[in-house]
Design a protein around this ligand. Structure first.
Ligand code: ATP
Ligand code: MG
Length: 758
């Protein structure tokens, strides 16, 4: 007698059923949006556990966001009970990569408590290297090299794997060399960038048989969601790990590949079929998410792309409303309009949790935030590093990093004179110079330099004050909760006081953010755990905060669904983005169109597309042209409304004959620099200016490492010259510290790296 099927199998359609129960050998599930790929992958995970094919710790399951990982864990937990508790290898590529790498850090020359640096730090490091190596950073900007290094890492390439041709175009023909120096520097700092989390592991799996076999045997099953957005390095990593059991199941949709700018290769889908010829290929066609009208709009739009694998989608749901296209006067009106619609939905009994506003770019969110605050509409912002990117949060985190990780020079640089404590660039340079000469981290050199008279008294006192606290915080970090620690650090460092003294509206917002940070830290037991979390959050999706509308980027919305979706800013230069338009060519435009497809297919019941006739971008009004994508949606799937013309909508206008509304951005990057951070970022994106101070130039002269033992060429009795104190005679010597009788300024204690033989 066949037993009744378990709950997680009931309700699956035959194709899904096949993908879930084909437990021997590789499976590739290719299907359009909303066809239940993620649902099937989750059921497969439940099935593997329920049939005891593998223990939770023997399954590697990769999701695209941390949030998706949490959801999968919860769902599977609902199906098979406590068995999921130990699913250590369920997460994003980054989080799984970081976890593995910590276990084997010493094999790649790191310690297990390595720091994960973000893109800001990455850029700062590269700028230093570019300057220290006398490379013209105007012609070869750090930003460009940073992007290239990411690109190499995404392709699984270490410096030694590069060909001369690969490296030629970068850093004055020294791309490979600077990449190597960058990697060396990261190791010296006991740090990794995001690309390294996977690259180091990949390199290790390729070179260390024992490690490879350990993981190949461990992972009886591998499951990968959003497979179309994996990069080459991730693919190679998966393929190596799947070699022993071959039970790898990947699900994806070529039409939703939206991360090629981050190295994703949709060709990995074809590669899979080649590398695993015995794979079961499953195609799903029934869409369970969206109404036929929404589906027709999305399918019509994506048809304008060439080179698709192509697929059919159908649904059994009622036709539903057409997609609405709303033309409004300007950005503020767009925000007002969405606010009103949300209020109307709320009055009709709709939960705000079922509503989302999807933007193409982060900067678009502010207008909605302002409006929603004004009308008391509860909202949350998801995506990017928004919260953790704020200057005050990054400052606080830098303090915590210095405490947790003495070798973290980048963090030390950030805090040494923040808040301003009277340490000028000159003094900071001296610390740098000493660190280089003695081969120690900056925070160590800062302690050492206090034993000398190198710094002017004011700077010395300021530094002594800071370092006394640093030493104490390090002592106490294990006896305090991370939340208490950060509160204490902010008080004792003078950071809070400095903000309070400012008395501006902005400063009080910053103080609020800092207390929010402390609140967020309450969930963590150790400082290390918290810092790991911060470096990994791709989506700072705060836990459910009651009934709130969601504002997020389309990129962050991948895989999610909402009943009511507002797609805003569908204008040329916003969506498709100016960048895609500047690049010309079909590839970037097709990626934007896939993004449009992802956006529309997030909607279950109602989808509204808005475009404004005028938009103020970075402080300047421009008239804008409706997105070409609006015109590409089949006319019978949309219903348009135009608050300005009342008649034929603007999007019918021929956009190609109009002037590019954003051209001024590219033409005058200097103007951008006078307009605050948003502008600067925009100008940078356009490959514009570079305004790094030349502070580190000085250091390149002292790059020789002398070690802490001191110089052999300086003996007691030698006559020496010191930049500040002039000529003198060495009276005492202890390691690298000298007591010198100076001719005009008396006896001083100085460090030998600061004197020359006179
Ligand atoms: P995307 O491409 O956007 O990631 P997807 O293919 O992963 O979409 P899911 O998110 O898994 O799709 O499913 C879409 C919706 O359809 C969900 O609400 C899910 O619960 C529902 N669903 C999936 N399979 C079935 C089914 N067999 N019967 C009924 N509903 C289903
Ligand atoms: Mg999905």
């Amino acid at each position: 007698v066949p037993r009744a099927e378990p709950a997680y199998l009931r309700g699956l359609n035959p194709e899904q059923h096949k993908a879930v129960t084909a437990l021997d050998g590789p499976v590739l599930m290719l299907a359009g949006a909303g066809t239940g790929k993620t649902a099937a992958l989750t059921a497969r995970l439940a099935h593997i556990l329920a049939t005891r094919r593998a223990w939770p710790s023997e399954i590697l399951a990769v999701t695209f966001t941390n949030k998706a990982a949490r959801e999968m864990r919860e769902r599977v937990g609902g199906h098979v009970g406590e068995a999921v508790e130990g699913m250590p290898w369920l997460g994003t590529f980054h989080s799984i990569g970081a976890k593995m790498l910590r276990r084997h850090a010493e094999l790649v020359g790191l310690q297990s408590n390595f720091t994960i640096i973000d893109t800001d730090d990455q850029l700062r490091l590269l700028k230093q290297l570019i300057q220290a190596n006398d490379i013209d950073d105007k012609r070869f900007p750090a930003r460009q090299l940073a992007a290239q290094i990411d690109g190499w890492k995404n392709r699984g390439l270490n410096p030694k794997d590069l060909s001369a041709a690969d490296s030629e175009a970068y850093a004055q023909g020294r791309g490979q060399e600077i990449y190597q120096l960058y990697q060396d520097r990261l190791k010296a700092l006991n740090a990794c960038d995001f690309g390294d989390l996977l690259l180091h592991m990949l390199t290790l799996l390729k070179t260390d048989r024992a490690v490879l076999e350990q993981y190949q045997q461990r992972f009886k099953y591998i499951l990968v969601d959003e497979y179309q957005d994996t990069n080459a390095s991730q693919y190679l990593w998966l393929r190596l790990l799947a070699q022993s059991h071959h039970n790898i199941c990947c699900v994806g949709d070529d039409d939703q590949s939206i991360y090629s700018w981050r190295g994703a290769e949709v060709g990995n889908i074809l590669r899979f079929e080649k590398d695993f010829p015995e794979a079961t290929i499953v195609r799903l066609e029934q869409n369970y998410r969206s109404t036929p009208q929404i589906l027709a709009a999305a399918s019509g739009l994506i048809q304008a792309n060439s080179g698709r694998l192509g697929k059919t989608l159908w649904t059994e749901l009622d036709p539903g409303d057409k997609v609405r296209v709303l033309g409004v006067w300007d950005g503020p009106e767009e925000a007002r309009r969405v606010g009103e619609e949300l209020e109307a939905l709320q009055r009709g009994g709709v939960s705000l949790n079922d509503c989302a506003i999807l933007v193409r770019a982060q900067f678009q969110t502010r207008e909605f935030e302002d409006r929603f605050i004004a009308i008391g509409m509860p909202y949350r912002i998801i995506g990017g590093f928004r919260f953790y990117e704020r200057a005050e949060i990054r400052d606080a985190l830098a303090y915590l990093r210095v405490i947790n990780q003495p070798a973290d020079d980048l963090a030390f640089e950030r805090i040494v004179n923040t808040p301003k404590r009277g340490l000028g660039d000159k003094s900071v340079e001296k610390i740098h110079r000493l660190a280089r000469a003695s081969g120690t981290p900056l925070s160590r050199a800062a302690f050492d330099i206090l034993d000398s008279d190198e710094l002017p008294p004011r700077a010395r006192n300021a530094l002594a004050g800071l370092m006394k606290y640093v030493a104490r915080w390090r002592d106490e970090m294990n006896n305090m909760t991370p939340a208490d620690l950060v509160r204490q650090v902010l008080d004792e460092s003078g950071y809070t006081a400095a903000l309070q003294a400012e008395k501006s509206v902005e400063a009080s917002g910053r103080l609020e953010n800092l207390s929010e940070l402390a609140r967020a830290m309450e969930e963590y037991e150790t400082l290390g755990d918290f810092l790991e979390h911060v470096s990994l959050v791709m989506d700072n999706d705060a836990a459910d905060q009651g009934d709130t509308a969601t504002i997020m980027t389309i990129h962050a919305a991948k895989g999610l669904e909402f009943h009511n979706v507002f797609l805003v800013g569908w204008e040329e230069g916003v969506f498709p983005s100016q960048r895609a338009l500047d690049e010309g060519g079909t590839a970037s435009l097709e990626e934007e169109r896939r993004l449009g497809y992802v956006a529309i297919t997030r909607a279950r019941t109602r989808c509204s597309i808005l475009h404004a006739a005028n938009r103020r971008i970075y402080g300047q009004w421009t008239s804008s042209i409706p997105s070409r994508f609006i015109g590409e949606i089949p006319a019978d799937a949309v219903e348009s409304e135009d608050s300005m013309t009342g008649g034929e909508s603007l999007w019918r206008a021929n956009w190609s004959e109009r002037e590019d509304p954003f051209a001024h951005l590219a033409k005058d990057p200097d103007r951008a620099s006078r307009r605050g951070p948003g502008w600067q970022r925009a100008a940078h994106l356009k490959g514009g200016f570079d305004s790094t101070p030349n502070r580190v130039k000085e250091n390149r002269r002292s790059a020789v490492s002398l070690g802490n033992k001191g110089r052999d060429d300086i003996q007691i009795g030698a006559r020496v010259f010191h930049q500040k104190f002039g000529y003198g005679t060495v009276a005492e010597k202890e390691g690298n510290k000298l007591e010198i009788d100076f001719e005009t300024s008396g006896r001083k204690r100085v460090l030998d790296s600061f004197v020359s033989l006179g």
